[in-house]
Design a protein around this ligand. Structure first.
Ligand SMILES: Nc1ncnc2c1ncn2[C@@H]1O[C@H](COP(=O)(O)OP(=O)(O)OP(=O)(O)O)[C@@H](O)[C@H]1O
Ligand SMILES: [Mg+2]
Length: 453
């Protein structure tokens, strides 16, 4: 879609801003350009819409050399969010947003409607903000207007030069999330400049890491973090790159361990046989509908089965309690926030499901002959440590730590997929840097716990 071929830009004073740059951005791809101040990011961007002409080399848009294109018509296909937003101070928010369609001579009413729609899209109520002037907005709101304005002519290509640069980290993260959602539906071809590595990694399908006027590495975020191409890139991404990589690597079904699975109403004897056959120390417990309910420790199951079998009703101690400790906390953190399915809510929250579960345990017949006696239900421990498939390894790790859990369940909606253990998490992290993983020494791909050199 956008293709740079050996592009060099030398300014009249002799400064080489960009030197022999070659790369390609696919249609619908979001590429972040990241690097220190003065490394040539803005220059790269402005050459795409011909605000700056290259000294040598070619830039192709959809296979056409842009040098042959009419600059005005070219710019209609390219939305541009300039560094420092650059709203017209004497124009209202709505008029700012409508700038390009108006220049294109579209009918006034349609232009205003479109502008209002776009403001809505970027999270600004046009009825509230439409008639304000830029100096009556917060920094984050101004940046939203900048994005809305760039989208106004519905261009297939977007150039965004530090569009979220002028706001605090919290607002920036919110804008990033909104933009990611927007991009998921709009699928624009985007060149996005930032000097913030975290931002580059969060947003980019691929990242171009700039040195001085050249690209040192052009790769997927996980690859840049996992296998920096040069010393320079390694330095730029930092010694904690292993940790950063956790946040760009999703949990996939193939990463999971499959422990034995038992059902709430299975007899304990059945559960014990299954645990023994698989040599497992615990099993996952699902309800009748196949939703995650909790887990069953093997020792508790054995003790319970022995007690039920003997019919003496000896309390099996720890095994009969519905869990204690970290696992039962209701503040499930990342897991709770990411929770989507109604079933999941019932199992893990302090809701009716959880209450009933405690009730069952509390009313357990003292001699082990009551309803449900001798079944898995009685010995099931509730589980808070879970998260949806596709969550990042960072979320997974955070959930493990928060619940002090040696493993966490991974769900697809309500459906139990498997469990992630620290060892599997490490494997997933290795997978994230692709086929080259096997060629790398193990120390290179483990989570960094010691500073580099
Ligand atoms: N008109 C110009 N004349 C001479 N040199 C220029 C001109 N514009 C930019 N430069 C130089 O070109 C280099 C690249 O500038 P550019 O604006 O592309 O950097 P950048 O990566 O966008 O930096 P920042 O992160 O600070 O925005 C810098 O050294 C800059 O001083
Ligand atoms: Mg710049």
């Amino acid at each position: 879609m956008i293709r740079f071929e050996q592009v060099t830009k030398r300014y009249p004073d002799g400064t080489t801003a960009v030197n022999d740059l070659s790369f390609e951005v696919a249609e619908g791809e979001l590429v972040t350009l990241v690097g220190p101040s003065g490394c040539g990011k803005t220059t790269t961007m402005k050459m795409v819409n011909r605000l700056i002409e290259p000294t040598s080399g070619r830039i192709l848009l959809d296979g056409e050399d842009i040098a042959a294109a009419d600059p005005v018509r070219l710019r209609r296909r390219i939305g541009y969010v300039i560094q420092q937003v650059g709203l017209f101070p004497h124009r209202t928010v709505l008029d700012n947003t409508a700038t390009v369609p108006r220049l294109l001579g579209r009918p006034r009413k349609a232009v205003r409607e479109r502008a209002a729609e776009l403001l809505d899209l970027v999270g600004l109520d046009p009825a509230v903000y439409g008639d304000r002037y830029p100096d009556q907005l917060s920094g984050g709101q101004r940046q939203r207007v900048g994005v809305a304005r760039a989208l106004a002519a519905d261009p297939p290509v977007l150039l965004m030069d530090e569009p979220f640069g002028a706001v605090d980290p919290v607002v920036r993260e919110r804008l990033q999330n909104e933009f990611l959602k927007l991009q998921a539906t709009l699928r624009k071809t985007v060149l996005f400049v930032t000097h913030d590595l975290e931002e580059a990694v969060r947003l980019g399908d691929r990242i171009a890491v700039y040195g001085h006027g050249t690209i040192e590495q052009f790769d997927a975020p996980a690859a840049v973090l996992g296998a920096p191409a040069t010393e320079y890139v390694a330095g730029f991404v930092g010694a904690d790159r292993g940790l950063k990589r956790l946040s760009v690597t999703p949990v996939e079904p193939g990463d999971l361990e499959r422990p034995p699975v038992v059902r709430l109403d299975d007899p304990l004897g059945t559960a014990v046989r299954r645990l023994t056959a698989e040599g497992a120390r615990w099993a996952v417990v699902l309800d009748e509908a196949g939703r995650l309910h909790g887990w069953l420790p093997a020792d508790a199951a054995r003790a319970g089965a022995a007690a039920a079998g003997a019919g003496t009703g000896t309390d099996a101690g720890a095994g009969t309690r519905t869990d204690a400790g970290a696992g039962t906390r209701a503040d499930a953190g990342a897991g709770a926030q990411a929770r989507t399915g109604p079933g999941a809510g019932t199992e893990t929250g302090a809701g009716p499901g959880a209450g009933a579960e405690h009730g069952t345990a509390g009313q357990r017949h003292p001699h082990g002959h009551g309803p449900g006696a001798g079944t898995v239900r009685q010995h099931t421990r509730r589980m808070e440590a879970w998260l949806p498939v596709g969550s990042s390894l960072k979320q997974a790790f955070a959930t493990m730590l928060q619940h002090d859990a040696g493993w966490i369940a991974v769900l697809d909606g309500d459906h139990f997929l498997g469990v992630l253990t620290p060892a599997r998490l490490h494997e997933a992290l290795r997978r994230s840097i692709g086929a080259d993983a096997n060629a790398l020494p193990r120390t290179e791909v483990s989570v960094d716990t010691v500073p580099d050199r």
